[in-house]
Design a binder for this molecule. Structure first.
Ligand SMILES: NC(=O)c1ccc[n+]([C@@H]2O[C@H](COP(=O)([O-])OP(=O)(O)OC[C@H]3O[C@@H](n4cnc5c(N)ncnc54)[C@H](O)[C@@H]3O)[C@@H](O)[C@H]2O)c1
Length: 366
């Protein structure tokens, strides 16, 4: 395997290209205009110099010509905007240009792989290869099997991810949000519910996430970092595909008022050009078991359904979300009774059935 193509050179694409070059592949990066490519090149050069791997830059070719980038490629990672139509166009073109046994991977955070795969002839070679932001630093790749993805494709993508220095987890079924995004939205929904119902405010939720659960960022602070336009669109995409979720109206409000978080200077917090941690003075603690209860429930359900292994759930939360503990560890810490009580309370107040404690929760807990 030699030629590695990355389509889309934005936040994720340029980092993926950098990793591929460090791994020794001949990398072709494509985007829609030269300015974006130049910006990507500069960022890669800066990052490679920090890592003292400057020589890898020679292995990266930048082109606005998609045919040139994809022709005879052995491996493609698509990292264009989170839009099925745009992704389908890229896959359709790639399908006609890449080498016979090439793997076609998407870095999508929420669109089912099987929907993207419909654009190509050989759907068995389409797979999800979900990197985390920023790709050079985040240690995980979430591999997602579409309905028709072959075992061989899963094997190849695992080998490539490991060659890029990443740990991998496997999501066996093409569910909306896969594992890591789903778990993140399970935390978001409880945070939003607490705020909507005036049980707590944004600061209290974030204080509890950081100080008690020891997450690297608060629930709302993380979404300011991700971008509230992105959070809103992912939430929308998940719900449209049948993911049951307490709807976070605050994301929609921020989206409509163009308060996108750090990148626009204002989101749940205000930023003055620098990425700084907002002060959480005078914040009150909310019940930490309540905040994490829906994520625990989701993870136990996915394990019971055979969609993700127990080991991969733990790895996904620790390496993809940088949690210090797994959902299982939090369950042990807070105890089964409080978590079941919290879930029942959420169910009674919202009527949403996904809050009903999963049957495996009681069974698996020893
Ligand atoms: N940003 C994150 O934290 C993050 C994390 C994991 C996965 N993702 C996923 O990665 C993908 C890319 O996200 P991003 O944050 O890098 O977005 P981005 O907007 O920073 O970059 C997307 C790039 O794709 C380019 N593009 C659009 N249409 C194109 C086309 N037809 N051909 C070539 N290039 C095209 C755009 O010009 C842009 O430079 C999305 O699917 C997103 O869900 C994002």
């Amino acid at each position: 395997m030699k030629k590695f193509s990355v389509v889309g050179a934005g936040t994720m694409g340029h980092g993926i290209a950098e990793l591929a070059a460090i791994a020794g592949y001949d990398v072709w990066v494509n985007d829609v205009n030269d300015d974006i490519l130049l910006n990507a090149r500069n960022k890669i050069a800066w990052s490679l110099s920090k890592l003292r791997k400057e020589e890898a830059l020679e292995r990266i070719h930048f082109t606005t010509n998609q045919e040139e980038a994809l022709k005879d490629a052995d491996f493609m990672v698509e990292a264009v905007v989170e839009d099925l139509k745009v992704k389908s166009q890229v896959f359709s073109k790639a399908s006609k240009l890449v080498s016979e046994n090439a793997v076609l991977a998407s870095n999508t955070s929420s669109i089912p792989i099987s929907e993207i795969a419909k654009a190509v002839d050989k759907q068995e070679r389409v797979v999800g290869m979900h990197f985390f932001n920023p790709p050079p630093l985040m240690p995980l790749v979430e591999i997602v099997k579409g309905e028709k993805t072959s075992e061989e494709t899963v094997k190849v993508v695992g080998e490539v991810a490991r060659k890029m220095g990443k740990e991998t987890i496997l999501v066996n079924k093409d569910i909306p949000g896969f594992l890591v995004t789903r778990i993140m939205f399970r935390i978001n929904e409880v945070g939003c519910w607490l705020v909507d119902n005036k049980v707590a405010d944004v600061k209290d939720v974030d204080y509890t996430a950081i100080q008690v659960l020891q997450f690297p960022m608060g629930v709302f602070l993380l979404q300011d970092y991700v971008g509230l336009d992105v959070s809103y669109l992912i939430q929308k995409a998940l719900i449209e595909r049948g993911f049951e979720l307490y709807y976070c109206r605050a994301f929609e409000e921020k989206y409509n008022s163009k308060e996108f978080g750090m990148k626009s200077g204002k989101g749940f917090y205000t930023y003055d050009g620098k990425i700084i941690r907002p002060t959480l003075e005078n914040a009150r603690m909310v019940d930490p078991s309540l905040l994490v209860s829906s994520a625990i429930n989701e993870s136990y359900k996915l394990i019971r359904l055979g969609i993700v292994s127990r080991e991969d759930v733990n790895k996904g939360c620790k390496l993809g979300l940088s949690w210090p503990k797994s959902p299982e560890d939090y369950l042990k810490e807070f105890g089964l009774s409080p978590v079941i009580r919290d879930l029942k309370m959420l169910y009674e107040n919202t009527g949403l059935p996904h809050f009903i404690p999963d049957e495996s929760l009681t069974r698996s807990y020893s």
